[in-house]
Design a protein around this ligand. Structure first.
Ligand code: CUA
Length: 311
């Protein structure tokens, strides 16, 4: 479809978003017609000077009321179910696939690939593969908006948010910040480059990153002396980190918290908030000491530790 208001449907979920949009538009149009057509008709019919019966009708319209209540109830519940299905599909990324960290900052988008490649206001991704973006911001709320993919997600201070897509075919598409974030908000734009998978592999290699995210995290882990407590120590003062990612972590208050990116982030910045079961609240906060980009590296390192238990 080349209707200029609508960019190409470039992602796997674009079509269902458009269907929902046009469905809502059609229904709204129908309701508009049902209300306005009789209204205009009666405007003329009962105009001053027209010879019509103007006595109040006393007949009850119970049956009519039941019908229109039931019909609109059915329609709105149906719309709710339809919208909820599309929303859940958009909110829940399929397992596996590529993970790319994106950090918003006044006024640019910074992307970090697992291999260590970094880019600004550009994002290279392979076609035909699920890509999960993990969003963070260094200052205010930004919103990562890809119109051709029909997805938009806020980057919110203090937490990670995510959005996912599967780009259908190679091409270059618009990238916008869709949340007013200051004087140069309108310049916080870029492009997303979808490449055939082999080309993307080449692009990664040719970028010659100094070190992968996980490697950078390992270096920081030592520099910040996280390793002093969390590794190789004979005195067990802190929970081991190998294999922790993605599993439920037991907390001192008896609850469990899945060790996802948000949990790891909070454990570094707000270590007193959730204490691991069986440990003293000894860990200092690293708030202000590590940047958003360093956090991404540290988390990538912890994720890379997998289940390899040290002897
Ligand atoms: Cu960032 Cu608007």
């Amino acid at each position: 479809m080349s209707f200029p208001f609508f960019p190409a449907q470039a992602s796997s979920s674009a079509e269902q978003v458009d269907h929902l949009f046009f469905g809502l538009l059609a229904l709204s149009g129908l309701v508009l017609l049902i209300v306005f057509a009789p209204m205009i008709f009666f405007l003329f019919k009962y105009r001053r000077g027209m010879r019509v019966n103007r006595r109040l009708r006393s007949s009850s319209a119970v049956r009519l009321e039941i019908i229109w209540t039931a019909v609109s109830l059915l329609l709105s519940t149906g719309l709710f179910a339809w919208g909820a299905k599309v929303y859940l599909d958009l909110e829940r990324p399929p397992a596996g696939g590529l993970e790319i960290h994106v950090i918003g900052k006044q006024w640019m988008w910074k992307a970090q690939h697992a291999e260590g490649n970094r880019e600004i206001n550009e994002l290279h991704v392979p076609a035909g593969q699920t890509v999960r973006l993990i969003l963070a911001t260094e200052d205010v709320i930004h919103s990562f908006y890809l119109p051709a993919f029909r997805i938009k997600q806020d980057a919110v201070p203090g937490r990670y948010t995510q959005e996912w897509f599967l780009a259908k075919k190679p091409g270059t598409y618009h990238l916008f910040c869709a949340e007013y974030c200051g004087a140069k908000h309108s310049q916080m734009i870029g492009r997303i480059v979808v490449m055939p998978p082999a080309e993307y592999e080449n692009w990664l290699k040719n970028g010659q990153p100094a070190e992968s995210l996980a490697r950078g995290g390992e270096r920081l882990f030592r520099e910040l002396d996280c390793s002093g407590c969390h590794m190789g120590s004979t005195v067990v003062r802190s929970p081991r980190l190998e294999g922790i990612y993605g599993k439920p972590a037991p907390l001192a208050n008896g609850q469990f918290q899945v060790a996802n990116e948000q949990y790891l982030r909070d454990s570094i910045l707000l270590p007193q908030a959730q204490i691991a079961a069986g440990y003293e609240p000894l860990m200092p906060t690293f708030k202000g000491r590590v940047s958003e980009e360093e956090l991404v590296q540290l988390i990538a390192y912890i994720k890379s530790l997998g289940d390899q238990r040290a002897p």
